[in-house]
Ligand binder design. Structure first.
Ligand code: PHE
Length: 364
């Protein structure tokens, strides 16, 4: 019966040419379905003589198996091709530029805080944080500012109406110095930290906003003296302003939590209405500008934190982050920092992908 071989050849070539899964299925139904051609051939076996059936049976079964295998192979090939097309279409080239202009920028305050963290990390300082809602013990008392001290009034503190569970008055921290207390009470010396963050005082004009930013520095170790303080500040300010001609002047001052205390002035000159930091304040055309508060940590503060002041000494400093930003990047009104004006942000903001590094250039 050469017609069986003919049917097989015909079906296999049609299956191999099937263009899609629908065509394969249609061929399967026409051959193997209830009314299919191979099904019909199988039915004829019943009406055959035993000899005839013995001869025809295996041929018809082979036909069915060959066609079934061809259908399966074609279906698998079509599925694989379909998957390839899909994968090719879904490929994402991560090296292509984004098809929208990048939006948003890094706020100068964040930029300066990143620059500070980078500079101080290089000198072995970790970044510490504390809450903006503080108690008056950590913000004042532990820092050697007793209840009756005039410094409390000077800080123009925002108080909360209720006291905390320990009966301490709650307030918005007026400086980052309470992080000194938190760090000394929770960590074993030696300590080297900076603590950047928001602080609050009830004060508002072109150079004062009720919320502003400070960065605190604290070093506690053995045999620390003011030379370490001066070197640290000089190294920091040279790196921050990215120039070597930074000249500092340490002026005796008073803070309850440092003894002795020094206010640090930096030499600057006026250029096109802008203060350019650098040079000696006593030179022709130069002047001194007060930049930060500092001093050797008062023995009482060290003792208040449970450390032995005969064993541990250190220095601390505090500086306004917004002030540092204004001096380096030339803004003249502090209030604009907190207006959220997109034009100001796109003018003074920094690219989100250019992270400050000492090797790559702090403000690059
Ligand atoms: N906390 C002080 C202020 O806000 C600054 C300061 C910090 C001074 C650390 C000395 C040491 O004015």
């Amino acid at each position: 019966m050469s017609d069986i071989e003919a049917i097989q050849a015909q079906l296999v070539s049609e299956i191999e040419a099937a263009a899609d899964a629908g065509a394969v299925e249609a061929l399967r139904v026409s051959a193997l379905g209830k009314a299919g051609s191979i099904t019909a051939l199988l039915k004829t076996l019943g009406g055959m003589s035993p000899e005839e059936r013995q001869a025809q049976g295996p041929r018809i079964h082979t036909l069915r198996e060959t066609v079934t295998a061809a259908l399966g192979a074609r279906k698998a090939a079509l599925d694989a091709a379909e998957l390839d097309v899909k994968l090719a279409a879904e490929t994402i080239d991560m090296s292509l530029p984004a098809d929208t202009a990048p939006r948003g920028s890094v706020h100068p305050v964040s930029q300066v805080m990143d620059e500070l963290a980078e500079i101080f990390a290089d000198m072995g300082f970790a970044v510490a944080t504390g809450p903006e809602i503080e108690d008056d013990w950590r913000n004042f008392t532990a820092l050697n500012i007793p209840e009756t001290h005039p410094a409390r009034a000077m800080h123009d503190t925002f108080y909360f109406p209720d006291k905390d569970a320990e009966g301490r008055a709650m307030l918005l921290r007026t400086h980052t110095s309470p992080v000194q207390i938190r760090t000394m009470m929770s960590e074993e010396p030696p300590i080297r930290i900076i603590a950047p963050g928001r602080v609050y005082r009830s004060d508002s004009d072109a150079t004062h906003t009720p919320m502003f930013h400070q960065v605190e520095g604290l070093v506690i170790d053995r045999n620390i003296h003011m030379g370490h303080l001066k070197w640290t500040l000089e190294t920091f300010l040279k790196a921050y302003f990215e120039r070597d001609d930074i000249v500092l002047r340490l002026r005796p001052s008073y803070f309850p939590f440092t003894e002795p205390s020094a206010e640090v002035d930096v030499g600057y000159k006026q250029e096109k209405g802008r203060r350019i930091v650098g040079g000696n304040g006593d030179d022709e055309g130069h002047a001194w500008m007060e930049l930060l508060g500092s001093g050797m940590v008062n023995r009482r503060v060290i003792a208040n934190c449970g450390l032995d002041p005969d064993e541990w000494q250190g220095f601390a400093f505090g500086v306004g982050v917004d002030r540092l930003a204004m001096l380096k990047y030339g803004m003249d009104d502090l209030r604009a920092f907190f207006d959220g004006d997109l034009r100001w942000l796109s003018h003074y903001g920094f690219g989100a992908l250019s992270v400050p590094t000492l090797s790559g250039g702090i403000s690059a």
